[in-house]
Write a protein that binds this ligand. Structure first.
Ligand code: DX5
Ligand code: ZN
Length: 226
């Protein structure tokens, strides 16, 4: 799955930018990734619930909210109630991630848990049993256009093994620095869903960029997708 990140899109034209990566199932974007930043958990400020609510009315593509905010225990459920398909919170910020996952699911969304590049996976494996997606950050959260941190692929391999052996049921998502140079290594490590901001919206034809990334994934891991 490919999830273009609107962080690299034109914020004055979000509906058009969503439409620019849409299309028939299996061709366009599978999810639309929306980065919510609060200038506290990360040193950047983007958008919040009112903008996500407006976007949800403007697109049929499932919306994947990535909350880089403090106190997600208080704020995340609103994004689920609004109709987001997947709502991801950071394990470094959540007070009670197990209760939060239950609340997100009860509100009708999939629950996602994200780990920053320096956060190990092992202490959180039991928590992940309550989650639907694991978002492995491959840059420090806060900004688009940063360089891919390949070391995080060890965490992807660990997660893939845990899923393939039936210990977890999460979908493995990666976020940060994904482009034509890095996506094949991520695919080989076992990623299911690839977030790409600048590689999609920095391209002349965002829809074509999505398709090109997808073709690279199939090429790199034909045993999974071929
Ligand atoms: C960074 C965000 C990413 C960002 C990725 O904190 O979580 O979703 O948009 O941008 P690129 O693909 O340009 O690294
Ligand atoms: Zn993100």
């Amino acid at each position: 799955m490919i999830a273009p990140s609107l962080l690299a899109a034109d914020f004055a034209r979000l509906a058009d930018e969503a439409a620019a990566v849409g299309g028939a199932p299996g061709v366009g974007a599978d999810w639309l990734h929306v980065d919510v930043m609060d200038a506290h958990f990360v040193p950047n400020l983007t958008l919040g619930l009112p903008v996500v609510e407006a976007l949800l009315k403007a697109t049929a593509i499932p919306v994947d909210c990535h909350l880089m905010i403090d106190d997600p225990d208080r704020w995340a459920v609103g994004y689920a109630e609004a109709g987001s398909y997947n709502v991801t919170v950071h394990v470094e910020a959540a007070r009670d991630p197990v209760a939060l996952a239950k609340d997100l699911r009860a509100a009708g969304a999939r629950a996602g848990l994200s780990v920053k590049p320096g956060t190990p996976l092992e202490p959180h494996v039991e928590t992940l049993r309550h989650y639907d997606t694991l978002l492995v950050m491959s840059v420090e959260p806060g900004f688009g256009g940063q360089e891919f941190i390949a070391d995080v692929l060890d965490k992807v391999r660990t997660a893939r093994r845990l899923v393939d052996t039936g210990h977890l049921t999460v979908l493995v998502e990666i976020d940060g620095g994904i482009n034509t140079d890095t996506i094949e290594a991520a695919a080989e490590a076992g990623v299911d869903c690839f977030v790409a901001g600048s590689a999609v919206y920095g391209a002349d034809d965002p829809a074509r960029a999505v398709q090109a990334l997808r073709e690279q994934v199939v090429h790199a891991s034909p045993h999974r997708w071929g």
